[in-house]
Structure formats: structure tokens, C-alpha cells
Design a protein around this ligand. Structure first.
Ligand SMILES: Cc1ncc(COP(=O)(O)O)c(C=O)c1O
Length: 383
């Protein structure tokens, strides 16, 4: 039994999430209020006790731990030869954009999507092209005709896929992934699949590297223990690239940009997480399901005009607030100013995000109750 009931006070500890006013309740950035697994903390203590923090390189044990984790958790074992260590998923994405595309190219995303993808594309002088996800009022789907049209544009050279998808919380099925990979192959578009949320899934998740061999030759997959175990500031991630030529190109990029060297804690934390974190993750997932059920029940009985979009992954809830406002930025700032509840405004994710708020429920259930109370107050006052 691990502790998912208590959280520690992170105000004034340089926490990005908790750098807020005294009465404010942050439920925005994807960072959990649960302590990480004690097995990981033990590995950190052991490393600290060694008292030497010299240069390091990724170890064979690390790559084996990643492969074993995917085999045990997700029934699919990536070859360790396919892997590159990198200091984060966002640094990897930006580096890949620079290495495998040219200035002025189109990089395709599926809005609404993780807002930092836009930074990685635009800050490097590439254009964003979006295959907006189609929302029917209940669920999202991929418009494959639109996707094909946009991939067939000769200026489109890279697609960034988010699986599971942040912020809508959807796990793409093997059939959907196969269709996407086929289209990318047909139009010679490289496919970068960000699977950082792949472990917190409630429906089977298919790592893209497990697709048919002929569909993974232009594929790059990014994974990390950072979301799963709440260790984002450890800065450890893996890029999995089955094709040797493409892997060498990306490897040169991350090395010349100095993104390939682990800090002192990256190896012990990742290895402990991947080798000893299975039971902790199982309990975390149960807690997230309980929290989500609470939100669902509360909204149905107390706030029926706010709809929770059904999801099968992540601790990020996508709340449809279109009946309240079509300006989520204004709504989110109003709720924060009046009640202290700090949610992510959906507009930053592009697409139809102006109709949504994103709520992070990776916190003790008492905190979720507090957040819901504030949400109700804020929405009533807004009206
Ligand atoms: C889809 C997605 N990719 C990447 C990241 C961040 O990755 P990293 O901290 O490894 O740069 C996040 C964080 O929320 C995310 O949601």
C-alpha cells in the first residue's frame, strides 16, 4: 500500500505548479501532487550517499530496464539497439524538428494538442499545419481524409502524434495508428510519436514501435518515466528509432545540441522506476480512476452544464464548458481570480480548445473535492 492520501506542502519550493498565491489551488500543469515511489527515493539516497557527481553516460542497464518495462507493462519489447537517451521529451522534439525537417516546412499536429508542440515548431521557423480532431459533442475522432490531404502536401515533412493524446486523454487504437503510419509512409512524412503519457492508460495502449516492420522505418517514439512517476525535473527520456539511418541522424542532432548526457540521478531514478515501479503505478492508476469517478458524479449532479469528455488515459480531464462560455481564457482567469482554482485554459491547445478547460486530478481526493467546490462557485459566479 503506497500513500496517495497525503501530499506535501510545495509552496515556496521552486515548484512551477505551486508558485501561486496563498489561497490558490493549482490543478493545471501535468505534475502530480503525489510523492514518487519510495523505491525511486531509495535509489536517489543511494546515489547521493556516493557523494561523487561526475560525468555519466547512459548504461546498458538503463536500456534493458526500458525494454523490460515495455514488455511487462505493454506486451511489446523494443530492441535496445533502437534507443537513445535524451534529457527530456520536449528537448528531443525540438531537436528532431531541427534535424529532420527544413526551415519553412510544414509540421503536422492534431489540435487541440499539447501546446509546447507549437513552440518546438514555430521557434524553429517551421509552419504548423493541423489535422484538427473532429468533435461531435461527445467524443473526438481523426478526420482521415483531411489528414491525407495535409500529409500529401510536399511541404509537410514531419507529423507529431500524441499518443495517448494530451489534452483529450484518448489512446489511439492499433487500427488508427496503422492508418496514420501507412499515410505517413505513402507521403514520405516522418512520424514522431510522443508517448510520454503511455503508462497511465486504462485501455490497452499500443506503442507505435510495435506496428508492422514496414511501417516503422520512418518512426521516432519518445517515452519517459517523468509523467508516470512524477520525476519531470530528473530530465530523463528515451527516443526509440527502429531505422538505423534515421537513428543516426537524430543521434547526431541530440549530441551536437548536448542533450544526450544524463545527470547524476537520471540513470538510478529511471532504472528504479522501470524495474521496481509496477506496483506503485497500479495503485496510482486506481487512485486516478477513483478521482475521475468523483469528478464525473459531481458534474452530473451539481454542474450538469459542464461535461467531462470520456477518456482512457492520463490524469488530465478535458471539461467541455461550451454551455458556459466560448472563451476559455476568460473563463479560466475568472475562476482563478474569484475562487483561486487554477486550471489550464483550453485555448492554448489550439483547435476547439476555446470551449474547454483542462483539470489535473493527480492529487489526493480531498484536493479534488476542494477543486470541484471552487469550480462550481466560479461557474455560478461567471453566470
Ligand atoms: C505530451 C507531452 N509531451 C511532453 C511533455 C513534457 O516532456 P518533458 O518534460 O520530458 O520535456 C508533456 C508534459 O506535460 C506532455 O504532456
Amino acid at each position: 500500500m503506497y500513500d496517495f492520501k497525503n501530499s506535501i506542502d510545495r509552496r515556496k519550493t521552486n515548484s512551477l505548479k505551486w508558485d501561486v498565491g496563498d489561497n490558490e489551488l493549482p490543478m493545471w500543469v501535468a505534475d502530480m501532487d503525489f510523492k514518487t515511489a519510495p523505491e525511486i527515493v531509495e535509489a536517489i539516497h543511494k546515489k547521493a550517499d556516493q557523494s561523487i557527481f561526475g560525468y555519466e553516460e547512459p548504461s546498458e542497464d538503463y536500456f534493458n530496464a526500458v525494454a523490460n518495462w515495455y514488455e511487462k507493462e505493454h506486451d511489446s519489447r523494443p530492441d535496445t539497439d533502437w534507443m537513445l537517451f535524451v534529457t527530456g521529451v520536449v528537448p528531443a522534439i525540438s531537436s528532431i524538428v531541427r534535424r529532420v525537417t527544413s526551415v519553412g516546412d510544414n509540421v503536422l499536429v492534431q489540435a487541440p494538442v499539447y501546446n509546447i508542440f507549437y513552440n518546438s515548431i514555430l521557434n524553429n521557423g517551421r509552419h504548423v499545419i493541423s489535422n484538427d480532431l473532429a468533435f461531435d459533442g461527445v467524443k473526438y475522432q481523426i478526420d482521415f481524409n483531411d489528414l491525407e490531404e495535409k500529409l500529401s502536401d510536399p511541404l509537410t515533412t514531419l507529423m507529431i502524434l500524441c499518443n495517448p493524446h494530451n489534452p483529450i486523454g484518448k489512446v489511439w487504437s492499433r487500427e488508427e495508428l496503422t492508418k496514420i503510419a501507412r499515410l505517413c509512409k505513402k507521403y514520405h512524412v516522418k512520424l514522431l510519436s510522443d508517448e510520454i503519457h503511455g503508462d497511465i492508460t486504462f485501455d490497452p495502449y499500443t506503442p507505435a514501435f510495435s506496428l508492422d516492420k514496414e511501417l516503422i522505418q520512418n518512426l521516432m517514439v519518445c517515452v519517459s518515466p517523468s509523467k508516470t512517476f512524477n520525476v519531470a525535473a530528473i530530465h530523463a527520456a528515451t527516443i526509440i528509432i527502429p531505422n538505423e539511418n534515421l537513428r543516426n541522424i537524430v543521434d547526431r542532432g541530440i549530441n551536437s545540441e548536448e542533450l544526450a548526457e544524463p545527470n547524476s540521478f537520471a540513470m538510478p531514478v529511471s532504472i528504479a522506476a522501470y524495474e521496481k515501479g509496477h506496483a506503485w503505478l497500479a495503485e496510482l492508476k486506481q487512485q486516478i480512476l477513483d478521482n475521475k469517478q468523483l469528478v464525473q458524479d459531481f458534474l452530473e449532479s451539481e454542474l450538469p452544464d459542464v461535461k467531462l469528455i470520456s477518456s482512457d488515459a492520463t490524469y488530465l480531464l478535458w471539461l467541455d464548458t461550451s454551455k458556459i462560455s466560448d472563451d476559455s481564457k476568460k473563463l479560466a482567469s475568472f475562476i482563478r481570480a474569484k475562487t483561486g482554482l487554477y486550471l489550464s485554459s483550453g485555448d492554448v491547445y489550439g483547435g476547439d480548445g476555446y470551449d474547454f478547460l483542462r483539470m489535473n486530478i493527480a492529487c489526493p481526493i480531498e484536493t479534488v473535492k476542494d477543486g470541484l467546490k471552487r469550480l462550481k462557485q466560479g461557474i455560478e459566479m461567471y453566470r
